[in-house]
Design a binder for this molecule. Sequence first.
Ligand code: F6R
Length: 613
Amino acid sequence: MCGIVGYVGERPCRDLLLHGLQMLEYRGYDSAGLSLLVDGRIDSVRAVGHLSELQDAVARRANGSGPPDFESTTGIAHTRWATHGGVTEDNAHPHFDTKDRVHIVLNGIVENHTELRRRLLDAGAEFTSETDAEVVAHLIAHHYAGDLVEAVRAAYNDLRGHYAFVAMTADEPGVLVGARKECPLIVGVGEGEQFLASAIPAFLRETRNVKLVNDGEIVAIRPDGVRFLDASGARLDRETIEVDWDAETAEKGGYDTFMLKEIHEQPDAVAETIADRTPGDHVELAELSDELLAGVRRIVIVACGTSYHAGLVGRYAIEEWARLPVEMDIASEYRYRNPVVGSEDLVIGISQSGETADTLAAMRLARSAGAKVLAVTNVMGSQATRDADAVIFTRAGLEIGVAATKTFVSQVAVMYLLGIKLAQVRGTLADDVITRLVGELKQLPHLMTELLERVDAPIRAIADHWKATEFFLYLGRHVGLPVALEGALKLKEISYIPTDAYAAGEMKHGPIALLDKSTPVVCIATDMPILDKVLSNSAEVRARGAHVIAVATDGSTGIDEQTDEVIYVPKSDWLLQPILAIVPLQLLAYYIATERGLNVDKPRNLAKTVTVE
Ligand code: F6R
């Protein structure tokens, strides 16, 4: 999860930018850099590792033979979390064009970077990094004819993806131009100076006055003003808002809680996780050799809690797409049941922390029996990364809320990548199906952004209505079942309302006895081959007087007739629906818990990392 900060004004900005980066450190990063404009040229310093490495590198330059960058009053800076290309100084931002006149910092993903890189190489550009971001510097330089705003606008119209960037050119001191496509970008308005950053904490020490950049907009900041444009070049007005954040609110990015902030970071987390792993129309997983995957006869997934639910989604996807048998178990059960496992098995341990004792024990057991072990984790250097033969990192950034949200959707995204990759290696899906699935996978961050906006108000209303209820039931079948299980887990762990989740087909074998007129039943009724069966289960439940709240897919017909209220999620391949369907359920749990006055970031009796057995 990268961070951006830029400055134009009258003050020397080097230390302002370094401080801004420090305030964005909480997002997690593996390298950092800054570019400063002085005397008609841009000087850059980049470093791998902690911010102190960058500070040391900057100090060495200032004391040594480097240019007097401490005088610069125009600059941009960045913290990077590697996606396209390894963690190296060359891949760290800012990136620059061949003539070193245009520098940029970018958060997010440029989806059509391969095609753009080819075009720019043909036009004579020389690339110095492996990143997708670098194309943006070359593209702006390519369009530049004396007006940075126009060059950025032209570049924006060439780009596809999920990103925000800020550009500067040595030819126009005192101006920075940014563009926003779904990833956040905010102007900090000062006296004779402006900031442009990915989050308010980056400039909060200097100013509390902000202008919000909306999706699809270009913004130019100069010491004496800010100009907003849409992609066609039309001028836009923007009001200035004063934020009254204290340090704690700033840390939460303006959200009331870390959990809500992290729910809203989910599109970014998914975009970062799939990024370079979906070049063009197929999946690449550099972490796993085709040879290893081709030799696998069975997959076993072990995990706990929310990570177990991500594994369940993976089971459906892998079995459907790659036609490989997948066994799924709760790690604390698996490790004690003397499981049959061996050298033809690939055992996947999913753990956001990479430190959960039961998952680690299950992975070690499988490895000692000769299985190849793959860890899926969010934390570099965690124990799981050391106990596995291979590691696929989710790239959700630091998750502080105890209830897992953005790490869950990132784990599900990794499961989808694995399912498609296995299908490629095993030849179980036609090329056109793989192309469609990869295309739909890349659309997920966009759909999640839209979904978060559209469901917030209706979910709040549902939460308000049911906040005092004493029991909730969640139902799902097939790929809807993990969504029901995960939605119910979120509700019970943060609202403390007794909640059960069941395979809907099992209702008639006992649990239906729990229902009466006071029971809200959340039913996952997204597109799937057995949707009609889900709807008959919903009818059974309604016949007992229960109130059915369905989660369904846009365009499905007849759902509203067979349920009491419906929350629609955007359409995508039916196996991809879980990653969307969980979003309203996270929000439902969240708003019910906050309406009940509870601390959602630190629920009672729970810890973020469970290292005890
Ligand atoms: C629930 C939650 C837990 C974790 C579980 C496993 O919101 O966060 O259920 O999913 O404790 O943790 P990791 O993924 O770190 O192994």
